[in-house]
Design a protein around this ligand. Structure first.
Ligand SMILES: *[C@@H]1O[C@H](CO)[C@@H](O)[C@H](O)[C@H]1NC(C)=O
Ligand SMILES: *[C@@H]1O[C@H](CO)[C@@H](O)[C@H](O)[C@H]1NC(C)=O
Ligand SMILES: *[C@@H]1O[C@H](CO)[C@@H](O)[C@H](O)[C@H]1NC(C)=O
Ligand SMILES: *[C@@H]1O[C@H](CO)[C@@H](O)[C@H](O)[C@H]1NC(C)=O
Ligand SMILES: *[C@@H]1O[C@H](CO)[C@@H](O)[C@H](O)[C@H]1NC(C)=O
Length: 453
């Protein structure tokens, strides 16, 4: 048994099968964003800060026609040692050396077992991916949707010199994947719809349809930059329809509203945010513009939105502490539930300066245009009143704020308290957006102001 395994492990690196045909899968990257085992338990005692699993991997691949279950799993290789949640540039090659029965290339199966030890007894994930394709080369990213826990994602490429079955049409690859349950029956092939913009085939900047829950279509703006793809989940601006972002209850923010588009007014919906942030580990980028000028680009890692039952509580880690969603007064937005004035959760409403007057008989009391938000610090609200453009000057004078009680579209860019002792910094931006991404944030051009113009 041991001999067979060793032999297979060696064979895995040989490139050409006996008859000159080859089929290989390159495993480029493995991402276990939540750093959990299959059973949902954190991999390490430091799971609370996002540390992941030291991972061993066994992988076999077969071109369709070879029976996956005829091939023993090879010995495991260790793919990381420092509790990384993502292993980039893994570039592990798996070959199918049993190609005798494969006459034409129609796709392949890949089984990947991830565990925390060399025997893979402690399972992180175990699944089979089936890819139907008649292209001799291709790339694919597959996210295994694990029950109740965050998915692992695998990025692969394949290459073969076996002629495809049909050379007329070259459809995009369709894949399915199933958790491995002991049988290697190949699942029926249905295309997996894109959950976010990065999965839209040949995505370009513009409005695209994504399927956060796998079946329900949602229109979003996709921003394709030279460094990566963003899925825009909120935007405000003076292009397109000027719509109200002020609703009485949290449930009014559950579904998406507005019109997707660059500089448009759009809300992805809290339910979509909850579902999507459970599929992968996303980073959130907030862009703030005044006129055509980029005021700030803020980045937060591990963005999560909790369930409706927990009032869509937000969780994330700020790139720079103390500013933006991490601004701290009596709390932080980063750990806040979603509230509207009439449907308030979490901290006391009185602790927000801008709401104080509601409860104060001497004040002018109930106003509009605050919009629902994760009011943790009371310093931010991208769903506030959209002041008309003011020639590139986004300052809201204190008197105007005091008179109108309409702060506008706010986001803290410093960690000190605002003018007049308020938590807001008395700026109302005229174009903002919240966008999710999964690529390496160090590649971002922090000066890219293309969203502002
Ligand atoms: C693959 O092998 C398994 C176990 O030997 C067998 O039960 C199954 O029918 C085979 N599948 C195909 C498509 O030949
Ligand atoms: C995606 O781009 C590739 C390469 O340009 C092209 O062959 C393929 O047809 C495109 N697919 C779609 C769905 O547009
Ligand atoms: C807000 O939600 C409530 C309850 O679902 C609904 O009755 C009401 O019409 C909604 N309001 C707006 C302005 O959409
Ligand atoms: C949006 O509409 C509101 C209400 O009609 C108006 O007060 C505000 O000035 C408008 N904002 C812009 C940017 O046009
Ligand atoms: C911007 O507007 C504020 C409030 O109206 C004003 O006090 C300030 O001088 C303006 N700044 C510039 C640079 O025009």
């Amino acid at each position: 048994m041991l001999k067979t395994s060793v032999l297979l492990a060696c064979l895995a690196f040989s490139t050409i099968a006996a008859d000159g045909n080859y089929f290989q899968v390159l495993i480029r990257e493995i991402d276990n964003p939540a750093g959990t085992l299959k059973n949902g338990q954190p991999c390490s005692n430091f799971g609370f800060l996002g540390a992941g699993c030291n991972t061993w991997m066994k992988a076999v691949a077969t071109a369709s026609g070879t029976n996956l279950s005829d091939i023993n799993l090879p010995d495991a290789i260790q793919i990381n040692k420092n509790m990384e949640t993502r292993v980039s540039n893994l570039n592990f090659v798996v070959s199918d050396n049993y190609l005798d029965s494969v006459d034409a290339f129609t796709g392949f199966d890949l089984r990947v077992v991830l565990g925390t030890d060399s025997d893979c007894t402690n399972i992180i994930d175990d699944y089979i991916i089936h890819v139907s394709s008649n292209q001799e080369q291709g790339v694919y990213t597959y996210t295994n949707l694990r029950d109740g826990t965050l998915a692992t994602t695998i990025s692969i490429a394949w290459s073969t010199n076996i002629a495809p079955q049909s050379t007329t049409a070259t459809p995009e690859p369709t894949t399915t994947g199933v958790p491995f349950t002991g049988s290697t029956a190949v699942p029926t092939t249905t295309p997996r719809p894109p959950v976010d913009c990065s999965e839209v085939v040949n995505v370009t900047s513009g409005v695209q349809t994504i399927y956060p829950d796998g079946t329900t279509p949602v229109s979003v703006y996709c921003d394709q930059t030279s460094y990566g793809t963003y899925t825009v989940i909120q935007s405000r601006g003076t292009i397109g329809q000027n719509i109200s972002f002020d609703f009485p209850s949290v449930s009014n923010y559950s579904a998406s509203f507005g019109n997707a588009g660059k500089g448009n007014n759009y809300w992805f919906g809290l339910e979509n945010m909850h579902v999507l942030s459970g599929v992968k580990s996303y980073a959130l980028q907030i862009d703030l513009c005044c006129g055509t000028k980029l005021i700030a680009k803020q980045i937060y890692h591990n963005f999560k939105i909790d369930t409706a039952a927990n009032f869509y509580k937000m969780a994330a880690t700020a790139d720079i502490s103390g500013v933006g969603l991490d601004y701290t007064s009596s709390g932080k937005d980063l750990a806040a539930q979603f509230s509207t004035f009439n449907d308030w959760h979490g901290k006391s409403k009185d602790s927000c300066d801008q709401f104080e007057f509601y409860d104060d008989a001497a004040d002018i009391g109930p106003s509009v245009a605050y919009g629902g938000w994760w009011y943790g610090s009371c310093g931010n609200n991208l769903n506030g009143f959209l002041y008309p453009s003011r020639s590139g000057n986004c300052t809201v004078p204190l008197e105007v704020f005091d008179q109108n009680r309409m702060l506008g579209v706010n986001m803290r860019t410093t960690s000190v308290q605002g003018p007049g002792g308020y938590d807001v910094d008395l700026q109302s931006y005229d174009r903002v957006r919240m966008a999710l991404f999964t690529f390496d944030s160090t590649t971002i051009d922090r000066t890219d102001s293309s969203f502002c113009s």
